[in-house]
Ligand binder design. Structure first.
Ligand SMILES: Cc1cc2nc3c(=O)[nH]c(=O)nc-3n(C[C@H](O)[C@H](O)[C@H](O)COP(=O)(O)OP(=O)(O)OC[C@H]3O[C@@H](n4cnc5c(N)ncnc54)[C@H](O)[C@@H]3O)c2cc1C
Length: 425
């Protein structure tokens, strides 16, 4: 049965309760705004992910006041173990004043719910089972003033309309809302595809995140990596991802590649079909600002909807959380302005702030993904890099975007200067 319910009116509508949506809602509600989060699924819900959190994500979670004690089910890690080109190296996360010296692992099944509840505690209203179907526009100005949605409750579908002064699209990679606004993915920007599953393994409490650079398609070394992240619950999250800069990208069976890669692992690790505890699932990683503009018609894009995954390492959670904070900070100032025109003047600074934050770095990242798309370069870099600790420490800071904001060592200063000098686009 379908019926029209009365419209719900709020300051800000946030579409999607992933990390980007919950962070946005948390910061907005903390500033005293009325926030409505519309989430199509019901928690706890699965999200295909590696479940790995670098110190960058830990910093963002700490800033939100999310309790991160190990007794609350968070598994800490010390750094990254990189295996490739016949080499193997363990690199501890850098000791910096800007970032904590540890990472975390947490299954998205409860990670996302924890964040949504955290936003709720700050005062946001989170409605689950509400699938946003499109924007509502002002007849005169064309500006988005709300969204339409299907709400499913007890098996019944209801059509609803929600109105807000600002709308945030935090609805992930497919971003139905962005597409409805005519904002499509950019072909000139990187995209990754990754698959993952869980395996019962004695390596479940590994205190390093492990990355394997040896992914082969015949004699071609593929641009991407495989990972083994211990979950601390008897299982490991195991998966692999590739970039669209390789010829193999659209023509490879990722599940077969995963099986082939795991067939070469030591038997005692238990990464076999018999020990697989979940289906192999895949999803896209939209990288390097691959959907723009990030503000259009009264709607801000945050997280995967705006293609904010780091092209160097495939990390998206930290950037989704940071984008939520930037979006919220901008909206709070915008809604304090006396006129609609003044509000929009502030909102228009959002894409500029994102570019200031990561624009130069993402431009470098786009060059990086093109370089490693060439098997010869990839093979050279893996063969000669992994065995050299100094190169790998530099690489870790570069790939993880983990440099001291001010000062720091020579590596920090070089990386910061190059990112700043590189034009954001
Ligand atoms: C295989 C794989 C492994 C990955 N591993 C890592 C990793 O280890 N570490 C890391 O940092 N990143 C990783 N990423 C990237 C990371 O998962 C994303 O960047 C991150 O989830 C982005 O958060 P988000 O909030 O923008 O979007 P999402 O997490 O996708 O959240 C979007 C939310 O919006 C909801 N939604 C969608 N459409 C609608 C609608 N129409 N109406 C209402 N709600 C809607 C969804 O249900 C969802 O809850 C990985 C990605 C993949 C595919």
């Amino acid at each position: 049965m379908s019926q029209q319910a009365s419209p719900d009116i709020t300051d800000v509508i946030v579409v999607g309760a992933g990390p980007a949506g919950s962070a946005t809602a948390f910061y907005l509600a903390s500033a005293g705004l009325d926030v409505l989060v519309l989430e199509k699924s019901q928690f706890p819900r699965e999200k295909v992910c590696g479940d790995g959190l670098t110190p960058r994500a830990v910093k963002a979670l700490t800033a939100m006041g999310v309790p991160l004690a190990e007794s609350d089910g968070w598994l800490r890690n010390k750094g990254l173990r990189i295996i490739g080109g016949g080499g193997r190296i363990e690199l501890d996360w850098p000791e910096l004043s800007s970032y904590p010296g540890f990472g975390l692992v947490r299954n998205r099944l409860d990670f996302d719910e924890i964040l949504a509840r955290h936003a709720e505690k700050a005062g946001a209203r989170v409605l689950q089972g509400v699938n946003v179907t499109g924007p509502v526009r002002d007849d005169r100005t064309g500006r988005v003033v709300g969204v339409t949605a299907h709400e499913t409750s007890n098996g019944e579908k209801t059509e609803r309309t929600f109105r807000g002064r600002v709308v945030v699209a935090a609805d992930g990679n497919s971003s139905r809302l962005s597409v409805a606004l005519g904002l499509r993915k950019r072909d000139d920007r990187p995209l990754g595809v990754a698959v993952r599953s869980y395996y019962t393994s004695p390596r479940h409490d590994d205190d390093y995140l492990e990355a394997w650079l040896d992914l082969w398609d015949g004699d071609k070394l593929l641009p991407g990596y495989g990972w083994i992240f211990g979950m601390g619950d008897g299982t490991s999250n195991v998966g692999l991802g590739l970039l669209n800069t390789s010829e193999a990208f659209g023509n490879i069976d990722y599940r077969v590649l995963l099986r082939r890669w795991l067939a070469g692992m030591p038997e005692e690790w238990g990464l076999s079909e018999e020990n697989r505890t979940a289906p192999v699932r895949g999803a896209a990683l939209p990288m390097g600002f691959n959907r723009t503009p990030h503000f259009a018609d009264g709607v801000l894009l945050a997280g995967d909807s705006g293609g904010m995954v780091n092209p160097f390492n495939g990390e998206g959670i930290a950037y989704a959380l940071e984008a939520g904070e930037i979006a919220a900070r901008t909206i709070v100032q915008a809604l304090a302005r006396p006129t609609a025109a003044a509000t929009d003047t502030v909102l228009r600074t959002y894409p500029v702030q994102l570019k200031d934050a990561w624009g130069g770095y993402y431009t470098l990242g786009r060059t990086f993904v093109h370089m490693i798309g060439h098997p010869t370069f990839m093979r050279f870099a893996t063969k000669h890099g992994v065995k050299r600790p100094y190169i790998m420490r530099f690489t870790m800071k570069l790939l993880g975007n983990l440099t001291e904001a001010r000062g720091g060592d020579a590596v920090d200063r070089v990386l910061n200067a190059v990112s700043k000098m590189t034009p954001a686009a």
